[in-house]
Design a protein around this ligand. Structure first.
Ligand SMILES: Cc1cc2nc3c(=O)[nH]c(=O)nc-3n(C[C@H](O)[C@H](O)[C@H](O)COP(=O)(O)OP(=O)(O)OC[C@H]3O[C@@H](n4cnc5c(N)ncnc54)[C@H](O)[C@@H]3O)c2cc1C
Length: 424
């Protein structure tokens, strides 16, 4: 029996609406929210997931058309998805393993180059590249067969927190009482604002232009990244069937210009940057999707639990932290939030309620270090490569070459990118 039913929670009508009690509400229908809701239900907790985009099951990507949202998934994400029994159900023909990463400084010279290799690190792969829809579809399928999980297609308009939990007022008129609320409602998190958690926010004055390409040379299971003079960053991530997914971080104005290019103009653009290294590496590129642009910013919530009095809400994913995509880690970090939550609630002492302050504090404490370190590193890298002075340029190019010679530093960089998590 669910904890909410065991508890004597108030079910009095509020303005004529009957209040529905559940153990946990997860707000948000992105990958973080979906994975978290499934995991909490698998722990036996009566879980309700609420988001406006939960009405339809995301369809399984098929054929030659590849989705627009393509991510690098770290081994920590693979571990979580395996724990949720999702990983083996994915169509692995649509996932590309990454065995090497090659990062070039803005002179495009061989000496200014950092090479991270799974072989040298003694691991099978550094990451996988795949479509967001592939993961979402598989999570949707698993949710259908999880009887402790219910999903509703709605929007949380207002939240009231008291000593017993939280009341959530939904747009379509429903009212939910939950012992614990997990906010996975994205970078602009309305829940974060409503419970009074402040967030520091900084725009990078950049957009990321994404598009998929087929290439005539094999990508050799390698993720390439070029830091260009002026602060642009071009990443080419390998996909199955001789394809690559591009993420080009640039000024918003240049981003708009890139969106208007025709095929031959794109090829001219590629040959004019990084001394033509992109085409030398990947051969002739053919556009396979409509390019799209996303604004880039850094956000960090001041607290990951709230409100200050009677905290009953936990922030996860982009609701808690948003970073530059240059390290391909934003979602992976959010899924590590989920892994830590599942560990904490999986080992919850029987005398503790779901919103026991000790549990919430454990979560916040355990997520501080990983979040701060990744936000700091991606931010500093972004700013270091945006600096235009000749000293800065020399320093960073020299730094890349130097790091490349140090097995020890490279091993530490790989460990950070893998993102260690464990399920006990
Ligand atoms: C160009 C680009 C490339 C990236 N590449 C990578 C990568 O390679 N690897 C990686 O790990 N990360 C990457 N990221 C980061 C990644 O996209 C995000 O970290 C991730 O998508 C965040 O997921 P989320 O579930 O936390 O939030 P979102 O996906 O934003 O989901 C938020 C959800 O909340 C719902 N919602 C909002 N308000 C309400 C409300 N009031 N009531 C109910 N529901 C609500 C929304 O409808 C939505 O379902 C990249 C980002 C960009 C921009």
């Amino acid at each position: 029996m669910s904890e909410a039913r065991q508890n004597d929670l108030p079910q009095k009508p509020v303005n004529g609406s009957k209040i529905r009690p559940v153990d946990v509400v997860v707000v948000g229908g992105g990958i973080t929210g979906k994975a978290c809701a499934l995991g909490m239900a698998q722990l036996g907790l009566q879980t309700l997931e609420i988001a406006p985009d939960l009405g339809q099951i995301v369809s399984n990507p098929q054929g030659n058309q590849w989705g627009q949202r393509i991510y690098a998934f770290s081994p920590s994400t693979q571990k979580l998805l395996s724990h949720l029994q999702i990983w083996d159900a994915l169509d692995h023909n649509r996932m590309q393993t990454v065995r090497d990463m090659r990062i070039y400084g803005d002179r495009g010279e061989k000496n200014d180059h950092l090479h991270l290799s799974a072989f040298e690190a003694g691991i099978p792969q550094l990451a996988w590249i795949g479509e967001s829809d592939l993961i979402e579809h598989t999570l949707d399928q698993a949710a259908r067969f999880q009887n402790k999980l219910e999903r509703i297609d709605d929007v949380v308009e207002r939240i009231e927190v008291d000593t017993d939990g939280a009341l959530l007022h939904l747009k379509k008129g429903g009212i939910i009482r939950a012992q614990l609320v997990i906010a996975a409602d994205g970078a602009s998190s309305p829940i974060r604002s409503e419970i009074g958690i402040t967030a520091s926010e900084e725009s990078y004055s950049q957009s990321a232009v994404v598009a998929n390409w087929s290439c005539t040379y094999p990508h050799l299971e390698t993720a390439f990244q070029w830091f260009l003079p002026g602060g642009d960053i071009v990443a080419m991530l390998p996909l199955p069937n001789k394809q690559v997914s591009m993420v080009w971080s640039t000024s918003p104005e240049h981003g708009q210009e890139l969106l208007q290019l025709n095929s031959s103009e794109w090829l001219e653009r590629f040959s004019s940057i990084a001394n033509g290294a992109i085409t030398k590496q990947l051969g002739e590129l053919t556009l396979k999707s409509t390019p799209a642009a996303f604004p880039l910013r850094k956000i960090r919530a001041a607290r990951f639990i709230g409100p200050t009095v009677n905290p009953k809400v936990i922030l996860i994913g982009d609701a808690a932290h948003v970073m530059h995509p240059l390290a391909g880690q934003g979602l992976n970090l959010g899924l590590r939030d989920v892994a830590v939550l599942l560990n904490i609630f999986g080992k919850r002492e029987s005398f503790r309620s779901l919103s026991d302050l000790t549990l919430l504090r454990r979560y916040e404490r355990q997520r501080q270090g990983d979040t701060s370190a990744l936000l700091w590193v991606t931010d500093k890298l972004k700013k270091l490569f945006a600096g235009g002075s000749s000293t800065e340029k020399q320093l960073r190019n020299w730094g890349l070459g130097l790091v490349n010679k140090s097995h020890f530093i490279k091993q530490r960089l790989i460990e950070r990118a893998l993102g260690e998590i464990d399920f006990e």
